[in-house]
Design a protein around this ligand. Structure first.
Ligand SMILES: [Zn+2]
Length: 296
């Protein structure tokens, strides 16, 4: 599971160089399959040796500019799960907006509801982001918007309607071009809300509307759903049931599978930056791999 491929110390990402090294290694030693093929093989009990699938979440611009050219260079299949509201509106994803505020404020520290005084120095800004983002995860969507907007005024940051280039999404044209070259595109919902907090009606909108949007724009069959944030608390039996009812064949989470037979909870491992840790992980040495949780 990858998110971003970009060289920026303030964004959790692998650099294009690290990603190239990962892909070269997978090309040489693994059988990289589209996730759909891998799941089909798993269901029929005929998984080829050394099979692996590569996935990306969210749909930031750097997938188009950095990741896809490297995947094409090695001729490797991948699936990108996009948040359709992000692509349609070219709006801020809230974790990005929070990061932008903390990175661009002239302030040296932040004090806000629910958190202590936290430093904004270069060395500490990422851990401060983590603390505030965890707090924000427990707010409702409206409360979170208000909270982040208050934080922006308090920290003297003007918020532009459109994200700064670092936080832009890919366009439908980018996606069409990549899909014509073999990219598989799945859904990461409409608005990246935490699905376990939603009513059945809201859930259906997030699941069915995003699927339809992708199929309308790309003319493909969108069969996979990637649950926002992707932890166990972020999904529920209703999420599984309504995903199936919306026509998805499988769902991916952001942690290793607890039940490999459960098609609606397909497990994933976050790809680590460090090449030695990456090699251990893909070779199945997961116990000692220093894997930190990464949100989806
Ligand atoms: Zn995500």
């Amino acid at each position: 599971m990858y998110h971003r491929v970009i060289n920026n110390p303030f964004v959790p990402a692998v650099t294009p160089e690290e990603f190239d090294r990962h892909m070269g290694y997978l090309k040489r030693h693994f059988n990289v399959l589209p996730i759909r093929e891998l799941l089909k093989a798993q269901a029929s009990g005929e998984v080829p040796n050394n099979a692996i699938a590569i996935t990306f979440d969210d749909g930031h611009q750097d997938f188009y500019t950095h990741a896809w050219p490297i995947l094409k260079k090695y001729n490797l299949p991948a699936t990108l799960y996009v948040t359709t509201g992000f692509i349609d509106n070219q709006c801020w994803l809230w974790p990005d907006l929070l990061r932008h505020i903390l990175l661009t404020t002239p302030a040296q520290h932040v004090v806000a509801d629910g958190i202590n005084t936290l430093p904004l120095t270069e060395a500490k800004v990422l851990s401060t982001w983590n603390t505030i983002a965890s707090y924000c995860l427990n707010l409702s969507s409206d409360e979170r918007t208000q909270y982040i907007s208050n934080l922006a005024s308090q920290l003297n940051v003007d918020i532009a309607q459109k994200p700064s280039p670092l936080f832009c999404g890919v366009s439908w044209d980018n996606l069409r071009e990549m899909a014509s070259e073999g990219l598989d595109v799945g859904s990461h919902t409409v608005s990246h809300r935490i699905l376990s907090n939603l009513s059945d009606e809201e859930l259906t909108t997030e699941l069915a509307t995003s699927k339809q949007r992708i199929e309308d724009e790309l003319g493909n069959n969108c069969t996979g759903i990637c649950y926002p944030n992707g932890m166990l608390v972020d999904i529920s039996p209703s999420v599984d049931a309504l995903s199936l009812a919306s026509g998805y064949r499988y769902g991916v989470v952001a942690f290793p599978a607890q039940d490999p037979a459960n098609r609606m909870r397909v497990g994933r491992w976050p790809a680590p930056k460090d090449f030695r840790v990456f090699k251990r992980l893909v070779n199945g040495v997961t116990r000692r791999a220093n894997i930190t949780g990464e949100r989806a």
